[in-house]
Design a protein around this ligand. Structure first.
Ligand code: 4AD
Length: 502
């Protein structure tokens, strides 16, 4: 469209006539004037149409254009401080409908979350979803720039994998010309091979886990970036992970502060993310879970959440009264929307309250040797205002490839990074076992077929070196950055247990 001007650049065209292409967010007639709010993917602009001889043929049509009609509209750009983006389109000389839109399903009225996900392909157009996916795109770019800028080589790893990468319980099996293979749970084993050739490498792609749990942190298909470095020790690997997080968070914040704020997220907590992070060993984490701080936190939670439910119940009652007595449509709609939001918030709290005593029991009774569960991670991360790194887990709960700690072979040299504010694990990583004999024993101890790992063992047969890496989940990181309660809004088309459409 050679004549097209984008809303984002209208500031450069004040006083000139331009043509916009976009979708009608809202059309509002007011006597001989009509206001069209246009959205074009780069921003929103109010267009003001006046009825006169020259505009008569399109004015009557334009003033009642249905939501999401696509149009081409020409007019003069006028600066107006009060307008979104500081400009409006006036003196409209042409307005042409390109694609009609009858009964767009997502209206300004309240909709439940299931309905919105069923219409994910259309829900994309809402301001909030638009913001989240833009922030995601920048996060992905920031990740690539961080590693490219430090001399890491991108290695694309396969999605069809002949053997397990992380754990047998979350494999998706597919039929590969009559042979069972699995969708990649990680590209790690392959980047280990590549780092022996290039020193510093990373892979970045879709990752599959047959997670049967319906939690706010789990997808069955997610994106993971996995750097891998030769000749590195654990503390250096942790330094790299800290630098990485600070760098991507600062970049996303620099580019999207306003959008992140528009999601209701307090950005000061993000702006404060700097090194050093908190570094704990698994044994310290166990102590925290058994301690009074953890208990007090959950007891406080219980009291606060119960009080919040009561306050919401009162608020819903008041809003319902406003809704039924409101004189204007927009007042009724606003009240209805607030009722819906308050009901959802209350339902969520009511779901969480009975879990708190369970989480208290789990934390207090945590046994050395178990893996930290989601609720344990939440407690530890909520007790710190910076990301927390927990290292040196018992080998039984971790993958076969992790390097045994040489001073205590009950433990492995691994780490998980927990995002603050209860967001839980965003990074999992480790040093890799570089000793051929120990690794072979570990493959056998995990009952894995040695033949499938012969190539992987070769890496230890020919010039083995200390090496390690980690994996960061894009969606969990984005949830934290955007302050979202659930991971499902962080990926364009989420795949979860029971969710595969559209
Ligand atoms: O801790 P994980 O399982 O680590 C690995 O896969 C290693 N092979 C990585 C490596 O060392 N190269 O997963 C890493 C991260 C998690 O911290 C989390 O952010 C994300 O991947 N992740 C998930 N994200 C969404 N849904 C799921 N089901 C996820 N499982 C892991």
């Amino acid at each position: 469209m050679r004549d097209r001007t984008f809303v984002s650049s209208l500031g450069e065209h004040v006083g000139r006539s331009v043509t916009l292409y976009g979708w009608v967010q809202r059309a509002r007639p007011s006597g001989k004037v009509a206001f069209l709010m246009i959205r074009d993917g780069t921003g929103m602009c109010q267009c003001v149409l006046e009825r006169n001889e020259a505009t008569a043929d399109f004015f009557d049509l334009a003033k009642k254009l249905p939501q999401e009609s696509s149009i081409r509209i020409t007019g003069r750009v006028k600066a107006d401080e009060r307008a979104i983006g500081g400009v409006e389109l006036h003196e409209v000389t042409a307005c042409e409908v390109l694609g009609g839109s009858d009964d767009f399903p997502i209206t300004p009225k309240p909709h439940g979350i299931d309905f919105l996900f069923k219409h994910r392909h259309l829900w994309f157009r809402s301001q909030r979803q638009h913001a989240i996916l833009r922030i995601r795109a920048t996060l992905v770019d920031a990740i690539r720039q961080f590693f490219n800028g430090r001399g890491f080589v991108l290695i694309d790893t396969p999605i069809f994998a002949p053997a397990v990468g992380e754990g047998t319980s979350t494999l998706f099996e597919v039929d590969y010309f009559g042979e069972p293979v699995y969708l990649a749970q990680t590209g790690q084993l392959y980047v280990e091979a590549a780092c022996m050739a290039h020193d510093k490498v990373y892979c970045f792609g879709p990752t599959f886990r047959a997670e049967k749990s319906k939690t706010r942190r789990h997808l069955t298909e997610f994106w993971m970036v996995e750097p891998e470095v030769a000749f590195i020790y654990l503390d250096e690997l942790l330094d790299l992970a800290e630098d990485f997080i600070v760098s991507v968070v600062q970049r996303v914040l620099a580019d999207h502060r306003a959008e992140i704020e528009s999601l209701g997220r307090d950005v000061t907590a993000l702006a404060d993310i700097r090194r050093p992070f908190v570094r704990l060993k698994y044994a310290d984490a166990v102590e925290i879970l058994h301690g009074s701080q953890a208990r007090d936190l959950l007891e406080r939670d219980l009291v606060e959440k119960k009080a919040a439910v009561e306050a919401l119940t009162q608020k819903i009652k008041e809003l319902e009264e406003t809704e039924s007595s409101a004189a204007k449509d927009w007042q009724r709609e606003k009240a209805a929307q607030e009722v819906q939001a308050a009901r959802e918030e209350r339902a969520e709290l009511e779901e969480q309250i009975p879990n708190i005593p369970t989480h208290m029991k789990l934390a207090a009774g945590f046994q050395w040797g178990s893996d930290l569960g989601g609720s344990d991670e939440t407690i530890i991360s909520r007790l710190h205002d910076r990301p927390v790194i927990v290292s040196h887990y018992p080998k039984e709960v971790k993958a076969f490839y992790m390097r045994l700690a040489r001073d205590d072979d009950r433990l492995v040299e691994n780490f998980d990074m927990l995002a603050p504010e209860g967001y839980g694990e965003i990074i999992g990583g480790s040093m890799r076992e570089e000793d051929y004999n120990i690794l072979l024993e570990r493959v056998k101890a995990h009952h894995l077929p040695v033949e499938a790992f012969e190539w992987y063992l070769d890496l230890r047969r020919y010039g083995s070196v200390p090496h390690g890496g980690f994996g960061l989940g894009v969606e969990r990181t984005l949830s934290w950055i955007c302050g979202l309660k659930h991971i499902r809004e962080t990926i364009p088309f989420p795949r979860m247990l029971g969710k595969i459409y559209p």
